[in-house]
Write a protein that binds this ligand. Sequence first.
Ligand code: PBG
Length: 344
Amino acid sequence: NKYPAFAGPQGRTVDEITQGRRLRRMRKADWSRRLVQENQLTVNDLIWPIFLCEGENRREDIGAMPGVQRFSVDMAVREAERAAKLGIPAIATFANIDPALRDETGSGILDPDNLINRATRAIKDAVPEIGMITDVALDPFTSHGHDGILRDGIIVNDETVEQITKGAVLQAAAGADIIAPSDMMDGRIGAIREALDHNGFQDVAIMAYATKFASAFYGPYREAIGTSGRLKGDKKTYYIDPANTDEAVREAEQDLAEGADSLMVKPGLPYLDIIRRLKDAFAMPTFAYQVSGEYTMIKAAGANGWIDEERVMMETLLAFKRAGCDGILTYFAPIVAERLKAGA
Ligand code: PBG
């Protein structure tokens, strides 16, 4: 015998060891597994992030995000109609701004007719029943790709807050239902809340990117909005260190005190612990953003036949539910909605 001879079972039967408790009993059949299932993903959990580009009748592929495209405003309207038919509650827009319109201070955010605002008006006009979430940050509009105003190598907080607050009011005026500040400047939630109220937009809600981490998972997104080659340095002076949990709780607490209606955790899957902690601590509507890098990893491994793409997609989204999410921003949203509709 080539294997070492250790002693095996010591005489107790498995029934004696488990005291008759057999957890496999309820897993034995499909009906019993369905009966004891604790969490479920439905179409009501989905928020679809879409990318916008200039032009007409345009759909541009994004190299690092197979299956995701940028849409011109007219195409975005069609996609919003499709999303509404599928029962997706809301879409979130992100814009690839013409490089000629980007500058040091991201002044394009102050244009009532910028790409984001034009898309919001067109979508709300054609598909009023779908929730419109607009991301507010300077990065699509700055020549350097940072979320804030850059001066002498520093992202200046208070001036940035002033700029994005004005941008947020313009987004609300264009018809946004939820403003989602993704810049992580201090004080922006409170400033935006006051400005919205002051301008008659009391009903416009704020979804705070409360805990946005300085993550490497955003890579493909930067190609999608055309900031990848531009970004000077990194975003560590304003996004949270991926090593920190308590700090994430303080950020969320602060955003809620300033008037946030819901919280978002970003990225998603590597940060399920944060989702659970925020849900338990604050009992607020809590969302996760399954970001571009997470999407791309699943697509790439799926394309190589290394994982079952569909099953992994569904499993990750269920994991968000289990962690305590009320909804998930995911590039898979229309595919998942179709799958759920087909009863799969
Ligand atoms: C920045 C912003 C980012 C994403 C959305 N808005 C991060 C960044 O570029 O630093 C990432 C979304 C994704 O990766 O899917 N305001």
